[in-house]
Design a binder for this molecule. Structure first.
Ligand code: 13P
Ligand code: 13P
Ligand code: MG
Ligand code: MG
Ligand code: MG
Ligand code: MG
Length: 383
């Protein structure tokens, strides 16, 4: 049977800063989705959060970008925002960038990853959800899962994976995509996806039969809004087993706490820390960037699960390393490469401050001549 898994998420406001979703706002979203399930719009759903991002995981048979499913998700975010406002939560309705819903949620702020699949007899999937980072943050683990035999043994051992995978890479600035084949074109692929702020792996397909293996949300809020309005905090759905990465191969890709952009004020590089649902909140310096993973089986459009995938001592060392990297990066304070590069800071309020200094910039020789006196301590001709 053909079914669709839709993961749609938005930051609708958070308790005590950008750190965690309030349960009452989740309850409000739950009421909308329960009603949608009763009406048959969706067959099943699960609501969760990572940090300040409210995550709606839904299954149905209506395909991708469905008007009814998207409208219901929008209403869930609206209802949750109402509660956020009543409670005076911080940044209520933060990611709802548009006021009126027209057809689907594309370009309206919420992040969207949808996977329409012909269900296999057993259809295991993993859903990864991150806070305090952006969609390109999944480039590295996706490469490891689907292209790196040092991560994924199945690429070497399993005849159904042996041909490799196709990567659909989106240039988020130009709105254009390219499909690159692995393993033949991995150097070209890495040439693009090593710039994750611009090139994002949108989908991965199995080469042998073009079956879809993963989909990532690609919404970049600053490109939609034209200014910094928080980070995108992306989601990723991965199909597992039987010709796709085994669950453990998908998880292995997150055993290294690599650096991602985001964290405090969306302006700093920090290590991604895979955590259990219990620890899915952004605390130290609004982070470090957090990742949760939930495992499900999809059967006849229903979701069995979840299993909280990083709730496991096997990831304790990853988290410990992430904490050490957190200390190391933090000691750079406002210096690059902890702080993001100027192109990525364009959308923040930093350019306004630099603009204010502009009139005070003079020719180097003039400033040198007019240097403050070392004897009087007074400025000589300097404002
Ligand atoms: P099982 O024999 O437990 O199914 O394991 C198969 C497998 O692929 C493990 O990665
Ligand atoms: P969010 O995108 O998670 O709201 O992050 C905003 C921020 O500035 C955190 O410091
Ligand atoms: Mg927020
Ligand atoms: Mg967030
Ligand atoms: Mg955000
Ligand atoms: Mg088995």
């Amino acid at each position: 049977m053909k079914s669709t898994v839709s993961v749609i998420k938005a930051d609708i406001g958070s308790l005590a800063g950008h750190h965690v979703v309030h349960p009452d706002t989740m309850a409000a979203a739950n009421r909308v989705l329960a009603e949608g399930k009763r009406q048959g719009i969706i067959l099943d759903y699960y609501i969760t959060n990572v940090g300040d991002d409210l995550e709606l995981i839904m299954s149905h048979t209506r395909g991708e970008l469905d008007n009814k499913v998207h409208e219901m998700a929008w209403n869930a975010f609206k209802e949750a925002t109402k509660v956020s406002r009543e409670l005076g939560l911080y940044a209520a309705g933060q990611d709802l960038l548009s006021d009126s819903f027209s057809g689907n949620l594309k370009g309206m702020g919420p992040g969207i990853a949808e996977l329409e699949i012909e269900e296999r007899p057993s259809e295991p999937i993993a859903i990864f959800m991150a806070d305090k980072t952006e969609p390109g943050a999944f480039n590295l683990p996706l490469y490891k899962m689907f292209a790196d035999p040092f991560n994924t043994a199945g690429l070497v051992i399993d005849p159904t994976m042996n041909e490799g995978f196709k990567f659909e890479v989106l240039d988020v600035y130009e709105g254009q995509s390219v499909i690159l084949n692995s393993p033949e074109e991995i150097y070209a692929l890495l040439g693009l996806i090593g710039t994750p702020a611009r090139y994002v792996i949108r989908r991965v397909y199995r080469k042998a039969d073009n079956m879809i293996g993963s989909v990532t949300s690609i919404e970049r809020l600053n490109l939609i809004a034209g200014k910094y309005v928080g980070k995108d905090d992306p989601v990723l759905i991965v199909r597992l087993q039987h010709g796709f990465p085994a669950l453990g191969e998908a998880l292995e890709a997150f055993s290294f706490p690599y650096l991602v952009p985001g964290w405090m004020r969306g302006s700093h590089y920090g290590p991604i820390m895979p955590v259990s649902q219990r620890d899915a909140k952004a605390t130290r310096f609004d982070g470090p960037p957090r990742l949760i993973g939930l495992g499900f089986n999809v059967k006849n459009g229903k979701l069995t699960g979840p299993s909280d995938l990083f709730d496991d001592p096997a990831f304790d060392e990853t988290r410990r390393t992430a904490s050490i990297i957190t200390d190391y990066m933090r000691r750079h304070g406002p210096f690059m490469p902890h702080r993001l590069e100027p192109t990525e800071m364009e959308y923040t309020t930093l350019p306004t401050l630099i603009e204010k200094l502009k009139p005070r910039f003079k020719k180097e020789e003039d400033v040198a001549k007019a240097k403050p006196s070392i004897y009087t301590g007074k400025d000589q001709g300097m404002d």
